[in-house]
Design a protein. Sequence first.
Length: 722
Amino acid sequence: MKQVFQNLKTGQTEVAEVPSPGPMPGHVLIRTTTSLISAGTERMLVEFGKAGFIEKARQQPDKVRQVIDKIRTDGLLPTVEAIFARLDQPVPLGYCNAGVVLEVGQGVTDFSVGDRVVSNGPHAEIVRVPKNLCAKVPEVLSDEEAAFTVVGAIALQGIRLAQPTLGEAFVVTGLGLIGLLAVQLLRAHGCRVLGIDMDPQRVRMAEQFGAETVDLSKGGDPVAAGERFSRGRGMDGVIITAATKSSEPVHQAALMCRKRGRIVLVGVTGLELSRDDFYKKELSFQVSCSYGPGRYDPLYEEKGCDYPVGYVRWTEQRNFEAVLDMMAAGALDVKPLITHRFSIQEAGKAYEVLGGKEPCLGVILSYPKITQVGANYSGETERQDRVVSLRESKQVQASPVVGFIGAGNYAGRVLISAFRKAGAGLHTLASAGGVSALHYGKRLGFAEATTDVDAVLGNPDINTVVIATRHDSHADFVCRALEAGKHVFVEKPLCMNLEELDRIQDVYSSLITHHSSLPLLMVGFNRRFAPQVRRIKELLEGVEGAKCFIMTVNAGAIPADHWTQDPGVGGGRIVGEACHFIDLLRFLAGARIQGYTAHYLGGDKLKDKATLLLTFADGSTGTIHYLANGHKSFPKERLEAFCGGRVLQLDNFRKLTGYGWPGFRKMNLWRQDKGQAACAAAFVEAVREGKESPIPLEELIEVSRIAIELACAKNNMQTEAN
């Protein structure tokens, strides 16, 4: 299928052939008929992409601070590489989509195949959208009209926050697409409206919709006009839909408002507010968030948990429905807003118009007509639509032949490159949406990109599978890949709970019974493969007696609503990340973990501030301080080893220092090396040469089980290993 992207590094717009998405629980699969280019938001994205690096940095000062922090911990070269990799990733454009339902996922009951719907899906021939971000289109509306629903909801949400009442006087500053919709919605509320803009054509259009106007291009004074329009009382409210770096629209709004007037920012402006402007009049100022309640709430958007209508009357979806109802009733007229029409193949020309000097408002993209809903999306034809060839020949000469499931940031930037460097043959790259699979697949030399996991697991040409998806899918993919006879490399964690761990062991045990040659199973515990850790291991082997290890992880805070903190998706940070360090100490000790204790910081609801105590069969001890409440200037990962009157200290896998070690003082690296490349290389070699797994299966099971039990522990939990 075709989809529109933008390159943030160059600003170039591209129409690419992408594997179509498949169904998912709680989602709706839609065949697009029409989509609307949002002139304001999408123009800003294009302009940001075309800006130079200095201008990009000026526009995102928070990101600059993050870069500085990363340089301090990871070094300059890895940071620069990460920045360029991020900018090189294609950004899907668009969020105003109209089409026909092809398929509904499990748990979706409000939509059926063949329904005409709107959604916030991107500019693509087929989109997959959560059920709460769709709404049915009334029969009286055309697809072109329906495509305005989402931008209409943006305007409507800003108006709802302003709480207009019948007869009030309102200003709309900025008469672009959303501004002109806001004018009509305010008029439908029974308000008198004053529109302000510097484009004469847009001013005239606002007048057609019943607003009085101020044409800034002719030197109009908005403050004086507001005084006259409000009969000397001051405006009841101002909706700012302009896009500018200046703070002047907010200042003007404050001057125009009456005492206790309301100002709502829907667009983008500077926010250098004058206290005096707001203090004397006791003005209220609020920033509107997109389409309405539910936006950016993963429970609402991703998991489909609706808000009770008795408590939250207007959600994103209900705002969509309200806009559609207004259009169907004739209270909201969007036809005059359409200035240009292009086919999806001509999207590049559409964005040239958007970034040029030619006046434009509503730019419509049309898609190939649907002859029969669902006819092209069943059986073998569907499978083919979900796989895109990236080169003429699909044959892969190198060994092992690898298929990747998951093409996120870590997989794309680190893991795939590590396997490629190790000499593995890259066959198929799968991702849920297909965009990242296409991007990294092309850049790193895969034969195919797909959204269909079975294209990897069921392909007889692929003998090795790498799993780099979200944690909740690891165990199932591991079992399915093993049952398909594939060697498996799975990013940590191996699984999220003991039931999943038992299932993996059962699957592997059944393979022992029925197969003479067993596939390898390995977890990406890369820290034990880092060059400085290998040097530490060599030094420790020359010292007799028990050892004491202290691992301090300055992990940094992650918001509670991040997927890694979700027990059902990420499993929490002890299972998801601290397992790395349990494995690292297990490797350095070279002995089975005999006992383990978890102490969590008082009041730590997220359980990401903990001290984990390990005891080993040889008498060694290990302490892991996994802390999310530290400062970024402190090393992110520090390992200390005490033994035989000597000390080793490793900071951020860059600086290793020995204290009291004969013949060894330091081993410093120019750049951080956490062992990812060596870890992948060891696994690839084991598969190629028919060797045993670089990490014994019993150690993988041991570390995984202990991480899970420590994550489930209450304070002061202590357990002896079986």
